[in-house]
Design a protein around this ligand. Structure first.
Ligand code: DHK
Length: 146
């Protein structure tokens, strides 16, 4: 059976493409989904991309991933910097986790420099624009192949 990667996105990323394009670019989450689906299918994998502005919904999707996904790519948005609940949920997930940030969070305000999710993630991609999602899918494929 084809393995699925859950690509989870947090608050405000529904506005990707329209929100502060000088920071986050002009591509939408739909564009990201199409690109990642193409990359994943070339690697024999499938993706499911989801977005919520609500922390608990993201926790619920991570719990669902325990049963339905082989790996998680996550951009928690601002919850990166605040959410112990998302970290705890990811710690219940056994497969690989890659954290993605569209912008380079280390080049921005100091409150963006710390990530709770990084305590769990196998890898972190930041500052590569939306290309970071496709890079994460490629990395997941090599981790799953091990
Ligand atoms: C997205 C957000 O919404 C911010 O709150 C983070 C992240 C950075 C990104 O670069 O994708 O601080």
């Amino acid at each position: 059976m084809t393995q699925t990667i859950y690509i989870l996105n947090g608050p405000n990323l529904n506005l990707l493409g329209r929100r502060q394009p000088e920071i986050y670019g002009r591509e939408t989450l739909q564009d990201v989904e199409a690109t990642c689906a193409g990359v994943a299918s070339g690697l024999g994998l499938a993706v499911r991309l989801m977005q919520s502005n609500h922390e608990g919904q993201i926790v619920d999707w991570i719990h669902e991933a325990r049963e339905k996904a082989a790996a998680v790519v996550i951009n928690p948005g601002a919850l990166t910097h605040t959410s112990i609940a998302i970290l705890d949920a990811l710690n219940t997930f056994e497969g690989p986790v890659i954290e993605v940030h569209i912008s380079n969070i280390h080049k921005r305000e100091s409150f963006r420099h710390h990530s709770y999710v990084s305590l769990r993630a196998e890898g972190v991609i930041a500052g590569c624009g939306v290309e970071g999602y496709a890079l994460a899918v490629r990395r997941i494929a090599s981790l799953l192949a091990r």
